[in-house]
Write a protein of this length. Structure first.
Length: 270
């Protein structure tokens, strides 16, 4: 199998947000989407084969999901709602469905899932819950997501096939480890890792893995071997587009600054 890649979003002065890819060491940075500010592209999500990307494009005024090859070729529109805003795509492990948040220009509202082959859309959670950032567990039994209107708000789990979501831990931006027994997430502007049982309950206390009051850390994503995390980092005192993609070795704690950008997603090894 070949080396994995990290897809991410970068804001360009003349083109707005666009999607790039790079090698896990920060080399071989390539822009894979193009277009003016009205055609901004963001939130890349790798398919499980490591050869396809789902992205969000707002070229029509509202967010829609698009599919493309890893190099940006073969683009096709997947969701077509004209009065809704779709965001935060997340592939299921077999590559047949994509979960996403659907709302309006104000923000996300509920979770939906779209069939990649047919384009059929199914609603997963109720309207008005402010649900976002879905993430499929590797065994496709659970979706972790951020619920804003809840007591308490934070990361919830949804059992596929029925039942009400339940609260797991405060925070957002959930990302399952490749083995499905850990969940990385952001909380209080830091990255944390939580052990999760097979029943979807906390296996231990969450561990804080990034530090420093001068930083805002978000959007963790796992390496295919589960030994590293990539995430977005910005300085708390600097407004504007100043985010960097960082790589954290979970064993040693070593940090590597990879590139300017945000919203990283680490592909499986190809």
């Amino acid at each position: 199998m070949g080396e994995s890649q990290i897809a991410f979003t970068r804001s360009l002065p003349e083109m707005g947000e666009q999607v790039f890819t790079m090698a896990p060491d920060g080399s071989d940075v390539r822009q894979v989407t193009f277009g003016g500010p009205r055609g901004e592209n963001s939130s890349p999500a790798w398919g499980p084969d490591g050869r396809r990307l789902a992205v969000v494009s707002r070229r029509n005024g509202y967010g829609s999901l698009y599919l493309m090859s890893a190099d940006g070729s073969g683009e096709q529109r997947l969701t077509t709602g004209e009065d809704t805003d779709d965001a935060w795509p997340a592939w299921d492990p077999d590559g047949t469905r994509i979960a996403f948040a659907r709302g309006n220009r104000v923000g996300p509202d509920a979770l939906f899932v779209v069939d990649v082959a047919s384009g059929a859309v199914e609603q997963l959670t109720s309207h008005g819950s402010l649900d976002s950032f879905p993430a499929w567990s590797p065994d496709a039994t659970l979706i972790a997501f951020r619920r804003g209107f809840a007591k308490p708000p934070g990361i919830h789990l949804l059992l596929l096939g029925g039942g009400e979501p339940w609260f797991l831990v405060p925070g957002g931006d959930p990302s399952w480890s490749p083995t499905g027994d850990r969940l990385a997430f952001s909380h209080a502007e830091r990255i944390w890792v939580l052990a999760v049982t097979g029943e979807g309950r906390p296996g231990d206390e969450a561990e804080q893995v990034t530090h420093g009051l001068q930083w805002r850390d978000s959007h963790p994503t796992w390496s295919p071997d589960g030994q590293s995390l990539a995430f977005a980092r910005s300085r708390t005192e600097l407004p504007g587009d100043n985010e960097r993609i960082m790589r954290l070795d979970l064993d040693t704690g070593d940090l590597t600054d990879l590139a300017e950008g945000q919203e990283p997603d680490w592909s499986p090894a190809m």
